[in-house]
Design a protein. Sequence first.
Length: 308
Amino acid sequence: MRVIVDNDFSGDPDGLFQLAHQILSPSAEIRGIIGSHLKQGDGFDSSSETATNAVKKVKELLEVMKLQNAFPVYEGSNLQLKDAKTPNISEGAKAIVKEAMRDDVKTPLYVVCGAGLIEIASAYLLEPKIADRLTLIWIGGPEYSDLATPPPGYTSLEYNLGIDITAGQVIFNDSKIPIWQIPRNAYRQTLLSYSELLLKVKPQGKTGEYLSEKIESLMKRVQQFNLHIGETYIMGDSPLVLLTALQSSFEADPSSSSYVLKSSPLINSQGLYETNHDGRNIRVYNQLDTRLMFEDFFAKLELFKTTK
């Protein structure tokens, strides 16, 4: 398969874990890595150039892994969409269009998004024909009321959808792009314990040290405000690897995880779902094989340590 990775790498460090895992997965040919826009004021990157900084983080990780220049890296837009008809013309959006419109390759193309949907929405607005030529896998969106109960103290606007609600409306309301969605109740299943971080990630060479430091640095930062995140961390972007590189060998599909087919909802201006009687069917994942996902990540880190 071909994969384009799109994430807000200057934000939550789970995106860097996902990227490292994707890089170490040989069945997925990475055709581009996009550093995309981050919601400002969330405590990670308060600048107005979050996509620019995301690219810097990607290059930093590639340097740690001694894979400089191994993959094309593109900058997304530093701005939200101004409306649902006008694309943000970024290098990231143009890269999606270029790869999707290729006629010289037969392998399926997945655009995997661990943040907002600005780049894929802009790509669609630039060239609507991409809807028939790729599958979008997206970490984001609130729970569906018939499938799951929201967590205690939840916000009605889910984080990744809140990065750019308009972009979500372009993809869900207007496009026909096939969607595999991992909403909040599903990505919250991906808990990595601090003990696992210390024993199975940190000892695995420079890559393991680098990734672990990102979590430990965050833990120290929140403690300054008398906050504690407990002894687990949600690696919410890692399902992007589970659903692509870790598909079954025969009748290829993410066969160890479960989904339901739902009519794509309309997303309103508050970022909430509304019924769409004309919506296409989308996959909504409600159970993820976290054993396979994490054990594969640990194993690949250890194997990579022996070569780098």
